[in-house]
Design a protein around this ligand. Structure first.
Ligand SMILES: [Zn+2]
Length: 318
């Protein structure tokens, strides 16, 4: 008989900690989230997560023995598959043994931790916009540009677990901005939210507003502000070129784009599509479809659950 027990899913990012139960069809049952606290040490932050776990278990009235396992997505970098994490956006955790701690907390049930961008592509392929397709690139465009790759129906790991990291595909090596990776002109260096804000402010948009965000920029673009429009065009073009390159390398069917900036809709997707069509000229690359991610807020939890429920496709570790 099929296992109908839910998976305990955890999604850890720089802005929020979320936990919940996901059933085998991918539906999120009970879940809750809190803002990621800052200024804490490693153990204090763990206690915040521990309390969140207790809250979910209590509200659902389940014990760890009634779970099929625990899946967790966390910001990178991490040592994989050991799940020792050092998330860039969470300074409190440096070489924090997250996988071991979660397993201990949940009574030793099967526990798996993967990169949050990997969980997002797993979610989109398992239950979202890439469902039923064999070759899918999932992208997250927000404060960074991350991604993950499913080819022939399998999550691709790469030598160090970083395959599909499209943010550092180079799209403008001559005149593009410096990237946090040390290179120049990566897609992320142009299209990440903070880089768009920096560019727009240098062009004269809200020049003195320190807390201006890419969301503000997109909102102004939607109202017809020329710099807001130009910024979304700039991001869309960079992403479209990167996607064209990825498509010819990997023979993709679908690219799903999520993350905060994807909320800009046609302001971002129209120039993206235009650049993609200008650069993807071969018959096989012209087939690719770029779609907004379908799962929205719950994608992180659904993808974390997929590490357990669909391990044959998305988990190739111990
Ligand atoms: Zn880079």
């Amino acid at each position: 008989m099929a296992d109908t027990r839910p998976v305990f899913a955890v999604d850890i990012g720089g802005t929020k900690l979320a936990a919940g139960l996901v059933e085998p069809a991918g539906r999120v049952l009970t879940w809750t989230q809190v803002p990621t606290p800052s200024g804490l040490d490693a153990e204090q932050l763990w206690r915040t997560l521990d309390a969140l776990i207790t809250d979910v278990l209590d509200r659902a009235r389940v014990t760890p023995t009634e779970l099929a396992g625990c899946g967790c997505g966390c910001g990178g970098p991490m040592e994989w598959p050991s799940g020792v994490v050092s998330p860039l956006n969470i300074p409190a955790w440096r070489r924090f043994p997250l996988r071991t701690r979660l397993a201990d907390r949940l009574g030793g049930i099967t526990t798996r931790v993967h990169n949050d961008a990997i969980c997002l592509v797993a979610a989109e392929h398992w239950r979202g916009a890439g469902r039923g397709r064999q070759n899918v690139l999932g992208m997250v465009v927000s404060t960074g540009v991350g991604g993950g790759l499913v080819l022939d129906g399998q999550l691709i790991r790469g030598a160090s677990g970083n395959a599909g990291h499209i943010g550092h595909v180079v799209v403008d090596p001559e005149t593009g901005p410096l990237c946090t990776c040390g290179g120049r002109g990566c897609a992320e260096a142009i299209a990440r939210g903070p880089a768009l804000v920096t560019w727009a402010q240098a062009e004269g948009w809200r020049p003195d507003q320190k807390d201006a965000t890419a969301k503000d920029l997109a909102a102004d673009g939607a109202l017809g502000h020329p710099i807001g429009l130009a910024a979304m065009h700039r991001a869309g073009r960079a992403l479209g070129i990167a996607i064209a390159s990825a498509t010819s390398l990997c023979d993709l069917e679908v690219v799903s784009v999520g993350g905060g900036l994807s909320q800009a809709g046609p302001l971002l997707f129209d120039p993206l599509e235009e650049a993609l069509r200008a650069h993807a000229r071969l018959a096989f690359t012209r087939q690719v479809r770029v779609v907004p991610a379908a799962l929205g807020q719950s994608a992180g939890l659904v993808g974390a659950a997929a590490l357990i429920f669909a391990a044959d496709r998305y988990w190739h570790g111990d």
